[in-house]
Write a protein that binds this ligand. Sequence first.
Ligand SMILES: [Fe+2]
Length: 379
Amino acid sequence: MNVITPLSASVETLDKGLSVTLSDGHQHYFNYHWLRDNCPSSFNAATRERSFDIFHLATAPTAETANVDGDALVIAWKDEGHITRFPLTWLEEFSSAKSRKDPADLPRKAWYGDHYPNVPRFSQPDLVTNTETRKAWIEAMLVDGFVILTDMPDTDAALTETVNLMGAVRPTFFGDYFDVKTYINPTNTAYTSAALELHTDTPAEEFAPGIQFLHCRANSVAGGQSLYADGVAVANDFRARDPEGFKLLSEVSVPFYCEHDTYDMRSRQTVIELDQHGEVSGLTISQHMLDIIDLPQDMLDDYYPAFCRFGRMLQEDKYMMRFLMKAGECMVFDNHRIVHGREAYSATSGERYLRGTYADRAEMRSTYRALVGEGRFKA
Ligand SMILES: [Fe+2]
């Protein structure tokens, strides 16, 4: 049976807001500016944006009257002739200040060196036609941070088409795409046949691109095994093994650079990146793009040993996934979380050609939320 609370006992008008008794039987305070700004009529159903402009109210919003009518709070605003009606269940969602539930905020699952047989795999043509597969793909990216796409058409357009399933191509100062093969005058270690130590890409950018795509177009050389490790797995173990070192690497930023004839990119990053929950969300690491560390020399007495302990952990077999990429596969991975590298190969033994590009993490999450359909507005 519903108990009708006497109106006067449910709402109390105060100086800067209202005290409303909600279904938990407790009084909850709501500020007048917040109530007025979020009146349901403030939002345009077509654009789904707020169309109300609180900056143009002549005076601070104040309730003339406020009462509970059935399952709604009704406010008549002073000097405005405007009435707001809030479902009480809606107010309950905001009765304590907490972030809105985010379906893209999924717990990450750490993986280790034996992960290769279990890497989530998706057929590219299936991704193009099947929304459920696309959702599963992005979910795997959020949870595992590394997937392999198969059956990629052997064209430049296939890579763009694949990126566009989760977002837009995110250019870097190298351009929209990059081609990894051996060059006569290389500007980057990646463009040689030498071994490439584990790293994240473009650490010298202020916001390094979040998602990396590597489309393997040809791979018939001797050697050149790909190396991947989960930065979350390594950094979580490092946190337990070496809390002081973890604190330094997650709190103290160090400089990165990338310089040649026409560019001189610089940034500061912490080697270990934490998310809003304090959980490890990624790494920025690259020995070939680490600038001369400019921390006070006595701080380096602690920083360098911690950095080396962590760098050596990254190389442990326990974490290192090794495999040979096949033509027609596309590796998709979180560039902040997954470190990657490759073993040396013999440039004259065959052909090795990877075409790569990036997308943004935020755009991928946006696509996932839209696919899951848990936004504030329903179509
Ligand atoms: Fe790379």
